[in-house]
Design a protein around this ligand. Structure first.
Ligand code: GSH
Length: 208
């Protein structure tokens, strides 16, 4: 069995990885990392030179970037059926929406910090905020899952990102197609357990 060490701050994108670790039924150690000094310390920079959370160490190899960690874990636990098989057409669709989401994440952050969409920004991968959001909304209309007929890591990542955009970012209305989609997955046992574990970790770190 591989040794997994999860470096996280429970108030970071680490919460998404936590959900995934629980979804996979993984066994892992947790190393809490505070924002600020500790995250930029020599010790943590030797794990993630970006000084950011989350990071996952698996048998001594470090993986950073939430999307990469999620895909890696989905492949590591094939029996959980959280990613379409390599070489299937669904795997192509999977990549499409995974890369779409990674860019949509920037659209949300730009919107949150009020970075203007303009002509000069037309080489930005996500296009413009409204088009990206409308594309997603149209795509998810009447759907429970992004791909096929079962929950995959894409649903986990989309749901967690939408949760952030709605509840933290306050940038989407708390109703409609995206919310209906999100609510179907938020109640998953692994998410509920992950949230509980993160809450306990936050308390032990003195984070309110
Ligand atoms: N591309 C990275 C982004 C990681 C990231 O920006 N994490 C934030 C918290 S959500 C962070 O650790 N910020 C602390 C800092 O930059 O000092 C990912 O997808 O994991």
């Amino acid at each position: 069995m591989k040794k997994i060490t999860f470096y996280t701050n429970p108030r970071s994108r680490g919460a998404i990885v936590r959900w995934m670790l629980e979804e996979c039924g993984a066994e892992y150690d947790v190393v809490p990392v505070h924002f600020g000094k500790e995250m930029k310390s020599e010790k943590y920079l030797s794990v993630n030179p970006m000084g950011k959370s989350p990071a996952l160490e698996v048998d001594g190899k470090v993986i950073t970037e939430t999307a990469a960690i999620l895909i890696f874990l989905a492949d590591m636990y094939p029996e959980k059926n959280l990613i379409p098989p390599v070489n299937s057409l669904e795997r192509g669709e999977f990549y499409r929406w995974m890369f779409f989401l990674v860019q949509l994440e920037y659209a949300f952050i730009d919107k949150f910090f009020d970075v203007p969409s303009s002509e000069e920004r037309r080489s930005v991968g996500y296009g413009d905020y409204d088009t990206a959001l409308n594309t997603l909304t149209e795509f998810l209309k009447g759907k429970k899952y992004v791909i096929g007929n079962n929950f995959t890591v894409l649903d986990l990542y989309f749901t967690a990102t939408l949760r952030w955009a709605i509840f933290v970012g306050g940038m989407l209305p708390n109703e409609g197609i995206l919310v209906d989609y999100m609510n179907q997955h938020l109640t998953r046992e692994a998410n509920v357990k992950g949230k509980e574990l993160d809450q306990k970790l936050a308390e032990s770190m003195g984070i309110v």
